[in-house]
Structures are given as structure tokens and as C-alpha cells.
Design a protein around this ligand. Structure first.
Ligand code: DC
Length: 237
């Protein structure tokens, strides 16, 4: 039986900077489905905490953050001029700021907090429950949507991931040191996979996509093939 893409949930989990968002965005655009960048939501909470002095010298003021959670409004809005899906925090477009190294360096401990995860997971489940959606993150196939129709676990070598993020930052006019970016990638791998709350792990029924040597087009085709194998009609009607 043919499955309708607009009723399906696609979960993409994996290591940081391995191109999950690129492929998720491409997929969403091609199939005209919604895209939820869950990493951006943890980044937005981190930016809020930094701006409100709830993180000082790497230490989080947990009670302050817990009581501020209900004041944190996160939404995704299509940016018509750029054709992007931007993250808004309390009425402000923060898409660029949440990608800064300052946020990247503080997001892992924020995303390790159980009360932050609980709140964001609820929000993600609400945003995605109708289907016709692709979500990327670390715990989508294991926690957020354990019954997702297609689960993909993405990875690539750390040096390749660091190089991609480095190039991305350079293109945005930032001037990072490669070693610092590589260290950030490795540190986050370790924290993401060893934390107590929802550590990054491959769901048993996920298919692995190692894109170390794949182009964005090749990885997109790889996923489209998987959908076709599942009996999903992927004509862009
Ligand atoms: O995908 P990203 O690099 O933008 O994610 C930012 C951080 O948020 C990363 O350290 C892992 C964390 N994260 C998470 O814990 N759970 C998710 N579903 C998504 C991201």
C-alpha cells in the first residue's frame, strides 16, 4: 500500500555537525513537509540563559532557569527573503546568534538538564504529532517519537565534521580557529553520548547513514531511496 508522506514522521538523529540539518532541510523542501530543528531549540534556551546571566563561567543557575522556562517562547518561521526556516526566541529572530561559538560552547550542559529536555520534548511532540514532518536531533527516534516511521542515525568522522562547521563559520564572516572547532565537536560528542538524560544513541530500528564521503545530493538520494523502499510516494505533488 502506498504511504502518504504528509502523514509520516521522519526522525534524524546523530552526532553534531554531521549535516543532519542540511539533509533534513533539503528533504522538507523537496517533499513539502515541515522541518523541526530540535538542536536550534536547545540553542535558543542556551542563548536565553546567557543573555539573562543564568550561566556564569560555565556554571548554570538551575533554579533561575527552571523558573524562567515558561517565559521562553520558541518558534520556527519561514524567512521568505532567504527561503530559510528561522528560529525565533521571544519574538526575535535569533537564527544567526544561536550558531555562535559562545552558544555552541554552552549548549551541551543546558541540553543535559532534565527539566529543559522535558519541556522541549513536549513542545516537539506537539509540533510534530500530525505527521508530514522531519525532525533532527539526538533523541528523536528514541524519546520524542519512538514510533517514527523512518529513523536515520547519521554520523561522519570528527575531522570532517569540524571542517564543515569551520567552513560554515568562515562563510558567515566569523574567524574561528580550526583546533577550537574540532575540540568543540569532540567535546560535544562525549557529552552528548555520556549524559544521564537521553544520551545520544542509535535506536535499534534506525538505519545508519555515514556521510563522511557523501555530497548533500547523495545523502538526500539515499534517504529518498529508503522512503521509496518503504512504499512512500515521493512525487512532489
Ligand atoms: O544539532 P545541534 O548541534 O544544533 O545541537 C545543539 C546541542 O543540543 C547539542 O549539543 C546536542 C543538543 N541536542 C540534544 O540534546 N537533543 C536534541 N534533540 C537536539 C540537540
Amino acid at each position: 500500500m502506498t504511504k502518504n508522506i504528509h502523514s509520516l514522521i521522519i526522525a534524524i538523529d546523530g552526532h553534531s555537525s554531521c549535516g543532519k540539518s542540511t539533509v533534513a532541510k533539503d528533504l522538507a523542501q523537496l517533499l513539502k513537509i515541515a522541518y523541526i530543528d530540535t538542536g536550534a531549540m536547545y540553542r535558543a534556551v542556551t542563548l536565553y540563559a546567557l543573555r539573562n546571566h543564568l550561566i556564569a563561567n560555565g556554571k548554570i543557575e538551575e533554579e533561575g532557569l527552571r523558573s524562567s522556562l515558561e517565559d521562553i517562547d520558541i518558534r520556527f518561521r519561514t524567512n521568505l527573503s532567504k527561503g530559510t526556516n528561522d528560529t525565533w526566541l521571544n519574538g526575535e529572530n535569533v537564527e544567526e546568534e544561536i550558531r555562535d561559538l559562545k552558544v555552541s560552547n554552552n549548549v551541551s550542559p543546558i541540553s543535559a538538564l532534565g527539566f529543559v529536555r522535558k519541556r522541549l520534548v513536549e513542545l516537539q511532540q506537539l509540533m510534530g504529532k500530525k505527521g508530514g514532518v522531519v525532525l533532527d536531533g539526538r533523541d528523536i527516534g528514541t524519546v520524542v517519537f519512538p514510533k517514527a516511521d523512518l529513523k536515520i542515525f547519521m554520523t561522519a568522522a570528527p575531522e570532517i565534521r569540524a571542517r564543515r562547521r569551520f567552513d560554515e563559520m568562515k562563510a558567515k564572516g566569523q574567524n574561528p580557529a580550526f583546533e577550537e572547532v574540532l575540540k568543540n565537536v569532540k567535546d560535544r560528542d562525549l557529552m552528548d553520548s555520556t549524559r544521564k538524560e537521553s544520551p545520544l544513541k542509535q535506536a535499534e530500528d534506525a538505519v545508519v547513514l555515514d556521510n563522511s564521503h557523501l555530497s548533500p545530493k547523495e545523502q538526500l538520494d539515499w534517504i529518498l531511496d529508503k522512503l521509496t523502499e518503504m512504499g512512500v510516494s515521493i512525487s512532489n505533488e
